[in-house]
Design a protein around this ligand. Structure first.
Ligand code: CAA
Length: 445
């Protein structure tokens, strides 16, 4: 079987930072701990006045191509995943290709381009499309460029405002990849849901509390479906489990349910039984309510055990470091969780090559997908070239008034001119509108 997966990854954060504890919470009359402890978020990234989904995606793709020494002729398709698109016909991938053609001699006329939409899971779907294209032998030796790019903005004064973010992830998908090989086994949990949607509107209609329940329900289905394809899972099988991370607190809830599922009927459940009993089984209860209460108690007790805490610290916590500083990047979110884990492994000399990741993606509306990935020996060199920590540190820290200005600047229903807070250098920037109401971009030296 051909080995196909991610050969290179590049990350691009929006260049502004909203400090949630110091700047946002006081204005909202919230305890800062709601953000740092409850949601697990310290800051959100925002796009400066000259940034948008195209510039962030194109800048990530350009860095990746420069680093890997790629030319347009090496790339046979460009798939962009986003839920922040500004055009119902012309895909963002054409804009990104147009940007890249400004700086390369070659062009992308030969490349198949598209745009994937299924809320946050579209990034993983685009990755799957690229892998399948290569496995089908249709790539003629070329790789695929997958870009997940979003400005996750919510309406002012809505509850989602706490979980905003902006950034892009570019991935190069090839045979014999340097970073991770994808498993062909996949599990899905998919249902017609109205937890979060944007019916031809920029800011989402969202039922926050229900969206969390739908996330957990679909994730559980996807894990069961993955096991039907790949066999039973066990917590020790995976070095890291990157989840879709709208905010780290969501992953905290998902991880304990996944752990409970994976240890059922194993030696781990037996060993824990002396302390917290065995997992409640449905057949032992007269009513659904009694069973649910018993499960809830078991889960609370499970989170307090050393076995769970150690597993969480080793397997989940390292996936959350970037997310806790940048907020929700929608389609890119699960991919920065993978990057966080790989960076953590490289920085701590973890012998990860050959070990497995379990990657758990989610998109509202709603669908979860789970697949495994095998880490490749080249991952250390790849992540060593990422400058994501510097990008995060270098963001301009906005005041609350500046936050209001930048939110308005990116509101499609307002027409706000705003001096940028940062100085663009060696990157693509938004440059106004053309005669067909198209957005225009230029490369600033
Ligand atoms: N100290 C410690 N913890 C505190 C605290 C304090 N002082 N104050 C509050 N908290 C805790 C709360 O207990 C809560 O944690 P639990 O859920 O574990 O109880 C957490 O902090 C958040 O507090 P609230 O529930 O009061 O926050 P909220 O009402 O503002 O809503 C939200 C949170 C529903 C996530 C909201 O931000 C939202 O609607 N976000 C957008 C939707 C979303 O991200 N949903 C996630 C699943 S859908 C998905 O994943 C797709 C996607 O990307 C959008």
């Amino acid at each position: 079987m051909t080995s196909v997966g991610i050969d290179a990854i590049e990350v691009r954060t929006g260049r502004l930072k909203l400090d949630l504890a110091e700047t946002f919470a006081p204005e909202k009359g919230d305890d800062p701990a709601k953000y740092t402890k409850g949601l697990g978020l310290f800051a959100s990234s925002f796009p400066d006045a000259y940034e948008d989904i195209v510039t962030m995606g194109a800048n990530a793709a350009y860095s990746l191509m420069e680093r890997e020494g790629l030319e347009p002729e090496d790339i046979g398709r460009i798939d962009v995943a986003t839920e922040s698109a500004f055009d119902n016909s012309k895909p963002v991938s054409t804009y990104i290709a147009g940007c890249l053609e400004e700086v390369y001699d070659g062009d992308f006329h030969h490349a198949n381009k598209g745009e994937r939409k299924f809320a946050c899971i579209a990034g993983t779907q685009s990755l799957d499309d690229a892998v399948n294209w290569i496995l089908a032998g249709r790539n003629r030796g070329r790789g695929a460029l997958v870009v997940a790019t979003d400005t996750a903005l919510y309406a002012r004064d809505s509850s989602g405002e706490a979980t905003q973010g902006a950034g892009a992830v570019a991935m190069y998908i090839t045979e014999d990849p340097d970073v991770v090989e994808l498993s062909t086994e996949q599990g899905y949990g998919s249902a017609d849901e109205t937890d979060f949607l944007k019916p031809n509107q920029q800011f989402p209609s969202v039922d926050g509390k229900r969206s969390m329940q739908v996330y957990l329900a679909r994730m559980r289905e996807a894990l069961e479906d993955f096991e039907r394809a790949a066999g039973d899972t066990h917590p020790d099988d995976y070095a890291y489990i990157p989840f879709h991370t709208p905010f780290p607190g969501m992953v905290r809830k998902a991880a304990v349910l996944g752990y409970r599922h994976m240890i059922r009927g194993t030696e781990v459940e037996d060993e824990l039984a002396a302390d917290i009993g065995r997992q409640p089984r449905r057949e032992d209860f007269d009513s659904r309510e009694e069973f649910d209460d018993a499960i809830s108690t078991y889960v609370d007790d499970l989170t307090e055990t050393d076995a769970y805490r150690e597993w969480y610290a080793d397997t989940i916590e390292p996936t959350l470091s970037i997310s806790s500083q940048v907020g929700n990047w929608y389609t890119g979110s699960v991919h920065i969780a993978r990057v966080s884990a790989l960076m953590h492994a490289a920085e701590n000399d973890v012998d990860l090559a050959g070990q497995e990741l379990l990657v758990a993606s989610y998109g509202s509306g709603a669908q979860a997908e789970i697949h495994a990935e095998t880490v490749q020996p080249g991952f250390v060199d790849e992540v060593a070239q990422l400058d994501v920590d510097d990008q995060i540190d270098d963001r301009y820290d906005i005041t609350f008034e500046e936050y209001e200005q930048i939110h308005d600047r990116h509101n499609h229903e307002k027409s706000v001119e705003l001096e940028p807070f940062t100085q663009p250098e060696g990157e693509f920037v938004f440059d106004g509108w053309g005669p067909m109401n198209e957005r225009k971009y230029t490369f600033v030296e």
